[in-house]
Design a protein around this ligand. Sequence first.
Ligand SMILES: NC(=O)c1ccc[n+]([C@@H]2O[C@H](COP(=O)([O-])OP(=O)(O)OC[C@H]3O[C@@H](n4cnc5c(N)ncnc54)[C@H](OP(=O)(O)O)[C@@H]3O)[C@@H](O)[C@H]2O)c1
Length: 243
Amino acid sequence: MTNPLSGKVVIITGASSGIGAAAARSLAQYGCKLTLAARSVDKMQALASELPTESLVVRADMTEPSDINSMVEQTLEHFGRVDVMFANAGIFIHGDFIANDINDISDMITINVDAVMRCAHAVIPIMKAQGSGDILVTSSVAGHEKLHRGPAYGASKHAIETFVNTLRRQVAADGIRVLSLAPARVANELWNLTDPEEIEKVSVGDQHFLKVEDVAEAAAYMLSRPRRVTIRNLVMIGTKQDV
Ligand SMILES: NC(=O)c1ccc[n+]([C@@H]2O[C@H](COP(=O)([O-])OP(=O)(O)OC[C@H]3O[C@@H](n4cnc5c(N)ncnc54)[C@H](OP(=O)(O)O)[C@@H]3O)[C@@H](O)[C@H]2O)c1
């Protein structure tokens, strides 16, 4: 059976940890060539050294528009094309809105919304010229439900859901798919969960969290559907999480 992901060039933002790093491992197993982008270069270099396929490590701060453009340009220069933009980098600020620092909230909107739009804006002309491409965004269940514990985070992910669902129609005729993957809680650094035993307990045991590998496999599934199929929004929740 042919593997539709083999040889695809994928840019992953937020590749230094969590979902992005797990997606890098999974997509490399399927034969993708990867640009790993984030600020933590050491972590990405360590990850790149264990991947079975070619990868390019790019330091890119999602709050710096020139870094985003440079990330895409370096990918094009190195690999000659961009098949997938996995706009995954994001931060999570929750709790009492008024207790949050408004500058931190503003940075979150820049990373979770503005940078995702910049990533899409930078690759669409390339994908149009190629006649195909996929833009996959890591959203959240907070982009589907109105979760009162994180008003600004939920607003950022609702914004991105609207962006995905509407952009999709503007670029579909060019062979570009726009996809949103919306997990609920994932046991990783974002929740300060790094101990493997604790991760196993809250995911496999309690079923209150997903594992990063669950989300990475869902990303690979969405990207490997035949070109005629767009999984526009995929929501995934730990089976016993009360959301
Ligand atoms: N974990 C969850 O429960 C959960 C649930 C639903 C959705 N999500 C979404 O999943 C995505 C990935 O998060 P995660 O769970 O994998 O958390 P994570 O382990 O904390 O990873 C976040 C990633 O984003 C990168 N990042 C943060 N700020 C950045 C910036 N200014 N510029 C460039 N990269 C930046 C980080 O890299 P550097 O620090 O090295 O730059 C890191 O690679 C986010 O969009 C998040 O909203 C997570």
